[in-house]
Every structure is written in C-alpha cells, then in structure tokens.
Design a protein around this ligand. Structure first.
Ligand code: URA
Length: 197
C-alpha cells in the first residue's frame, strides 16, 4: 500500500520527531518496539553516523548505539578526539528494533526514510558515515559489500559520505593487525578527522 510521505520541513527538533516516532506505525516494527530510537549527539555536529537499527539496549533506553557496539563506537571516535556528545550526531536507518535484531527489510527502511532525510536536513552535516551495508543501501541505494567500499569518499548532493565497517563486525573480528578490520577502521576514522580540519 502507498504510504503518505513525510514532507521536508515537518520537524524542527528531535524531540518532536521522537514523539512522532513513538506513535509511528508506518511499518510493522511499530508493533514490537518498546521505544522508538531517534538520535543522540549534537544537532550542530559536522559528522553524522548512520547505523542499521536499534538493538535490545537501544529499544529499552530510546537512544542509539548505547550497547556494546555503541561503547566501541565511542572509543573509536575518542581515539581521534571526537566526542559523541559534541562532534557527532548518531542515528539509524530504522528507528524501531527489528525482532531478534534481524536486518531491516527494504520496505521497513523505505517506510522510515523520511525521518532520516529530515535528520539530514536539520543537522546538515558535512560528513555522513554509513556503518555497514544496510546503511549504505538504505541511504544511497548502493548494494555493494562494505569490505569493497569502506574508506572511500562518495560525493553526492554537496555532501561527503564514507561507508565504514559496523562496530558489531569489529566486535567479532578483534585482531588489530595491519589490514584487519580494526586496523582499517582506524585508518578510516583518521581520514575522517583529517577531512574535518
Ligand atoms: N547497531 C546499530 O546499527 N544501531 C544501534 O543503534 C545499535 C546497534
């Protein structure tokens, strides 16, 4: 069925969006969530980080990346002196937790996309980091594997995008050796920091 679009200019604050999302039933994920998960971080941030969707901790707390993946993400940011509170705005492709943390469907991502577009409009970040293939596909429609494209700058509509590994992937691949995912992530976040200065 066709969905009513979310027009640009619908929101002025993340609090408004949060309130709407807590009552959103644009897709079936609305029926199983505890809390919608809109964002954390600064609306003045030059960097936006887009994840896949809330997990259990995020669903319970109503904030993105507050579990193990989020702790690692904060450490990665801190390693180049970026603070999640001041320098970064963090959100997800879908605002409600998919059951058993499955990957959101294309339809769910599509249903939720208007919220993400509003977040991009309001924050107006210089750089958007896409963590994992779901964020890359959800926002830019690019269906490539993350290993192939991570670390590459993509310029589109006057904005800079970079696909990076998802922190959950790094938790499963702990080696810091040269060429391994954690080492590559370190290269990528340094390139981001350099681009910002
Ligand atoms: N993984 C994500 O992609 N997003 C979150 O908010 C938490 C874990």
């Amino acid at each position: 069925a066709a969905r009513v679009p979310i027009p640009a200019g619908t929101y002025e604050t993340m609090e408004q969006m949060q309130a709407h999302c807590n009552r959103c039933f644009r897709c079936a994920l609305g029926q199983s969530r505890t809390n919608a998960v809109v964002s954390r971080g600064s609306m003045q941030a030059p960097i936006m980080i887009v994840g896949e969707g809330p997990g259990q901790n995020e669903d319970e707390q109503g904030k993105p990346f507050v579990g193990k993946s989020g702790q690692l993400l904060d450490k990665i940011l801190a390693s180049v002196n970026l603070s999640a509170e001041q320098d970064v705005f963090i959100c997800n492709v879908v605002k409600c937790r998919p059951p058993e943390n499955r990957t959101p469907t294309t339809d769910e991502a599509e249903a939720c996309k208007g919220y993400l577009m509003e977040q991009i409009r309001l924050v107006n970040p210089k750089i958007i980091l896409l963590t994992g293939a779901t964020a890359l596909k959800g926002l830019l429609g690019i269906k490539q594997g993350i290993t192939k494209v991570r670390g590459q700058w993509i310029e589109q509509d006057d904005r800079l995008y970079m696909p990076i590994f998802h922190p959950a992937y790094l938790l499963r691949n702990q080696s810091r050796e040269r060429g391994q995912p954690k080492w590559l992530m370190w290269q990528d976040i340094q390139a981001v920091k350099t681009r910002l200065d």
